[in-house]
Design a protein around this ligand. Sequence first.
Ligand code: SAH
Ligand code: F3S
Length: 441
Amino acid sequence: MTKKLFIKTHGCQMNEYDSAKMFDLLEEKENFELAESEDQADLLILNTCSIREKAQEKVFHQIGRWRKIKEKNPKLKIAIGGCVASQEGEKIIKRAPAVDIVFGPQTLHKLPDLYNEKNNTNLNQVDISFPKLEKFNHLPVHGKGEPSAFVSIIEGCNKYCSFCVVPKTRGHEVSRSIEDILNEISVLADKGTREIHLLGQNVNNFKGTLGGEKSSLAKLIELTAKIENIERIRYTTSHPHEFKDDLVEVYDKVPELVSHVHLPVQSGSDRILKLMRRRYNIDKYLHLVEKIRDVRPEMSFSSDFIVGFPGETKEDFQGTMDVINEVKFDESFSFIYSPRPNTTASDMPDDVNDEEKKERLNILQTRLNQLSFGFSRKKVGTTQNCLIYGPSKRDPGQLQGRTICNRIVNFKSNDIDLVGQMVNIQINEALPNCLRGNLHN
Ligand code: SAH
Ligand code: F3S
């Protein structure tokens, strides 16, 4: 008998990838199919994020709502995965007894066993261990023919930036082998995927083996481009400290690699960067941007920013604004600093007051939006080769694609056969975060 599954995903692209894998696994092993709504499900999974306090608070609110569904349907099981699960473990069940299963980012392959064990014994199941890469030996590679697909290449992070919980929740860096990754990509390409988005917390420290020898992200990108039907390659996230020369050179060699990179700078003050343990200074960061632009002049850069880090002065913040103006970042993410458990920054006094933090965030976001809009406006009148992703979510009479510089483009068309194709679009209108255009004949 088929059972129904509902997965809710918080947080990063890595979590989205993991959630898709949970579904593939439970479909294959336990005959689950996706439920249309939460109250029709036999199993509810919440894939959580703990990067900031707000994200973590959302978890217990969600469990509270699901508890009410469970009161009406006692057979329903609730499973909590992801980074809050990894951080809190059994404490989640203590605080929220409606939860049946707690699993971590590296034990999601055990979900079918944990689910069966709970059903057979009625004992709660908790497994948040870090068995190295074991999960990839158990996860099916299906490929559903989506135009763009994520592929995890490195799990965990060793950087221990002073503000960040990820090394604690996702464990230390472990790279998959190049053969294993290329195998997954070939299956996806055969099913119709045209764009591969290589994923990891710190992809440029990728050290996956090829023929038993340690290799690099640059090599992996070159080999990915050789796979038939792969037209575009992206990767996220890269750390400025480990952006090696062979990766810069690959922008020259591999036209399939997109002209956009997410290269989080976090702050424009060398003093704050040191306190953050980011391992680069602003000169080094700007030099890297210049080197990449020398090879690909049309390159666009996006970043993450943290404002109000402990001890951040007005001058430090001005440094961040200066670096924004210098690089002219495109669409970026910015956050107010949030102290996280067991991080070294959480021992530093969180001394920038809330009002000041909000004001800095507002100034920074206003400038980023201006730059992003300017970037969009420059595209008006050009023709952009776009990969078509599918119907626009807001207007089903339109299709949506992405330019090589990462801009969403909407255009009128009902021709669903264009999905998954590379198509030329004439751009005739700019909005701050997207473009509008017409099919170019
Ligand atoms: N691996 C990525 C970052 C993952 S976390 C990298 O190397 O940059 C995504 C972003 O969340 C970070 O870049 C940072 O800007 C933000 N972030 C992480 N911890 C935070 C904290 N404690 N408070 C506020 N923002 C944080
Ligand atoms: Fe976090 Fe720094 Fe790693 S931001 S994910 S510790 S590179």
